[in-house]
Design a protein around this ligand. Structure first.
Ligand code: PGU
Length: 461
């Protein structure tokens, strides 16, 4: 019988590495034997024949199929739908009135400037990232005249967008903070509990936040739950434009939350993914954070430029830890480096260079705020259009929460059955909790959405 495992260029069976020979002999052993092998089949080897390779048990054979992500999986399903009129209101990503993703003009301009600069290299950044970007990011969220910045007691490290900032902050706390209980709002962005648990903060608990009856803040429940939290517990707070509910505390309520938290030494961990998107003003959307900094206490801040600068895929963000003194901040930074180095060594260069170019130039900064406000305003006008469209149809229910809620999302109150019905019948995609990304709406698809909601609430009660 001719040798069964000669691969073109691989030499005689004797010259093959022994592991490969053993594998090929295993393949021969597992395959049904044929007394008369043709020259073609006899020349097949493990590498050249996927069908043969697939008959060897994989070392990963026992792995279960993982479910799709509840948010990003909506886009996966949307992309598979061939219907030309489909609408994606799942992921929180801005779309223009024409339904297209947007790169801000000011971002294009900054990128062009960077490309035209022959002095720029692609060297590694330090573990902590681009120093200029870090300083500017802290100023953006805390305010240029923030006492914490002026007193040099903020440790800021560049991270992989908001998610990476939360993760690095979580791991830092798991290593160096005495309390591992973290409270997150009910409901919250679905990744929060996973990020914290995997960062080593294993005791994740919920505090009441949203009241489905009023479609507003459950302020009493929030105060009760934080009031009974163990002293020193970490509390995750959405700085503005709460995801998914679009419900934020008033300034007066923030002040009460601050007093309660400080009285129990609860450690605030702010997540700021939407600065500028709630009101259109960067300063206004940072008010909650600045109240907590003004009292001199400590906190963590995870910042993302995904939405407000449209830098989604560039993964630009920062983690700041506000400390009591410059000395503590410097030691905190040294420990943050030990969290980051074995995780991804150092962060990417392009995104933060673009952001820093914009933040440090007053004229470009101004241009950014105008573009940001235009995005926020378009979203606000979509709220009104959707509300009006439902009113015009006489859709049962009170839909005023659509115009009361703020930020990128409306938490519609639609049930998961109604959501499934709208996907099936109208090719409208949203997360199963009934959240819709207002940024995905435009004058063309608002009537389609309103028809779908009307049908869903009248047919499936
Ligand atoms: N925190 C909150 C409250 C968020 O809503 C998001 C993104 C992040 C952090 C993370 O943002 P990155 O800066 O991109 O890491 N939430 C969006 C985007 C899709 C997703 O789930 O990541 C959303 O649709 O909820």
């Amino acid at each position: 019988m001719a040798p069964a495992n000669v691969h073109p260029g691989s030499g005689s069976p004797q010259q093959q590495p022994s592991a490969e020979r053993r594998l090929n002999s295993l393949v021969r052993h597992l395959l049904p034997s044929s007394p008369r092998r043709t020259a073609e089949s006899s020349s097949a080897t493990l590498e050249s024949s996927p069908t043969m390779a697939s008959q060897v048990a994989s070392v990963f054979a026992g792995i279960a199929q993982a479910p799709e992500d509840p948010i990003l999986g909506v886009t996966v399903a949307f992309n598979k739908d061939p219907n030309p009129n489909k609408v994606n209101l799942g992921v929180g990503a801005y779309r223009t009135e024409e339904g297209k993703p947007l790169v801000l003009n000011v971002v294009r301009r900054a990128e062009q400037m960077l490309i035209n600069d022959p002095t720029r290299y692609k060297e590694y950044l330090p573990i902590t990232g681009l120093a200029e970007f870090n300083k500017l990011s802290a100023k953006l969220i805390f305010g240029a005249d923030s006492p914490a910045i002026l007193e040099n007691r903020v440790a800021t490290v560049q991270c992989l967008s908001g998610t990476g900032s939360l993760r690095v902050g979580g791991e830092f706390l798991a290593r160096h903070y005495h309390e591992h209980t973290v409270y997150i709002p009910q409901p919250t962005w679905g990744n929060h509990p996973k990020v914290f648990t995997l960062a080593g903060l294993k005791d994740v608990r919920y505090y009441r936040y949203y009241d489905p009856a009023t479609r507003g803040l459950d302020f009493k429940g929030l105060l009760e739950d934080l009031g009974s939290a163990p002293n020193g517990a970490i509390v995750l707070i959405h700085a503005c434009a709460h995801n998914p509910t679009g419900v934020d505390p008033t300034l007066d309520q923030w002040e009460q939350i601050r007093q309660l938290m400080r009285s129990k030494s609860l450690l605030p961990f702010f997540d700021s993914a939407y600065q500028g998107f709630a009101s259109g003003s960067l300063d206004k959307d940072a008010q909650s954070v600045r109240m907590f900094v003004a009292d001199g206490g400590e906190l963590l801040m995870a910042q993302s430029y995904a939405k407000n600068m449209g830098m989604y895929g560039e993964r630009v963000g920062a983690l700041s830890i506000v400390c009591r003194s410059a000395d503590v901040a410097s030691r905190v930074e040294s420990q943050l480096k030990l969290v980051i180095r074995p995780m991804y060594s150092s962060p990417p260069l392009h995104g933060p260079s673009v952001v820093a170019t914009i933040l440090k130039d007053s004229e470009m900064f101004k241009e950014w705020t105008v573009e940001l406000k235009a995005m926020a305003d378009r979203i606000i006008s979509m709220r009104q259009q959707l509300f009006d469209a439902l009113k015009a149809r006489g859709t049962p229910g009170d839909w005023s929460h659509i115009i009361k809620q703020i930020g990128m999302f409306t938490f519609t109150g639609l049930t998961s059955e109604q959501v499934a019905f709208m996907r099936q019948e109208y090719h409208i995609y949203m997360t199963s909790d009934g959240r819709i990304s207002m940024a995905g709406l435009n004058a063309k698809n608002v009537p389609i959405l309103a028809d779908a909601i009307h049908a869903a609430v009248t047919q499936l009660k």
